[in-house]
Design a protein around this ligand. Structure first.
Ligand code: SF4
Length: 205
């Protein structure tokens, strides 16, 4: 990432009350998260391939923090309860499907718990994203989440929507549909509630 692009991204997100920090390696993000969040805080975790790569839930739990991560649930009922409780945590950490250089954060969600927590509830939100998800414009970001993120996430979760074969969205109404919530975050009312950690690596999809 060149410096001009970084400055453009910082300026555009800052004008929307979102703090941006750049990292060279995902490992550095892990260290920053551990420094930033006090041990006594409660922490919600959004389902994210990016976060799984740094095993953040385990690390936070090992040091004594209370973590709500639905991927650690042993039953559907437990998963449902964890998703609800993660909406009222001190911190929420998640990945995202795409960002635009203009300052948008674009996500597509199945049940919507992740986007709900990003928008309101937790006092602080950290969003970790690799450089592969940086798009020029909002339209490009929406295109990315529909035509790239959804098929790959569907495959990972064991669903088989039409976009998996067609490599594009056909607004399906099948039982295999995995995208029910397309959410564009255009800014924050509370300054610096949301921190965007951008990593100079290709991570997740
Ligand atoms: S609506 Fe259906 S085809 Fe379109 S992205 Fe979602 S799951 Fe895929």
């Amino acid at each position: 990432m060149d410096e001009c692009m970084k400055l453009e991204i910082i300026r555009n997100f800052k004008s929307r009350n979102i703090d941006v920090v750049f990292f060279e390696k995902l490992e550095e993000v892990k260290d920053r998260i551990m420094e930033l969040i006090p041990v006594s805080c409660t922490i919600g975790i959004g389902n994210s391939q990016t976060l799984k790569e740094i095993n953040i839930s385990k690390l936070l739990m090992e040091r004594g923090s209370i973590v709500f991560d639905k991927t650690l649930a042993e039953s559907n009922e437990e998963s449902k309860q964890i998703k609800k409780r993660s909406l009222l945590t001190d911190w929420y950490i998640t990945g995202t499907n795409a960002i635009s250089k203009k300052g948008h954060i674009v996500n597509i969600d199945h049940s919507g718990n992740r986007v709900a927590a990003m928008m309101y509830g937790p006092d602080n939100v950290i969003i970790v994203v690799g450089k592969n998800k940086i798009c020029e414009t909002l339209d490009d970001a929406i295109h990315r989440v529909r035509d790239i993120s959804v098929p790959l996430n569907a495959k990972r979760a064991g669903y088989n929507p039409p976009c998996l074969k067609l490599n594009k969205c056909v607004d399906c109404k099948t039982d295999e549909r995995v995208c029910f919530n397309l959410v564009i975050i255009e800014g924050q009312f509370v300054k610096d509630r949301m921190k965007l950690f951008i990593v100079n690596e290709e991570i997740g999809f």
